[in-house]
Design a protein around this ligand. Sequence first.
Ligand SMILES: [Zn+2]
Length: 105
Amino acid sequence: MCSCAFEGTREQLAEHLDQCKFEGLKGFLSRTDDLIHDLQEELKRKDDDITFLRSMLASLSEKVDQYEKSTSDKIGMSYGIHTYVGFLNVALQLSNNQVQMARQQ
Ligand SMILES: [Zn+2]
């Protein structure tokens, strides 16, 4: 048998093996086959890693979104309370002024 698809008698094969370019490349082709196989496996591992990292990224993005939302809610609430306290202070100031004005009359 030859590395190529040659078919013939035993005598023809012996003659063919002497001149077939594929037979000379047998070792190289075999190593190339092994290399391609290794690369395909490595590629598959990397695809799996990418799939895993993508799902990780999606879940982390979701957590960050939730965290940002809850943080901005807290900031909004705190801002609301400060505004409310500020408003109460102004109202208190105005009513004190009115009391003083009433006393002066
Ligand atoms: Zn051949």
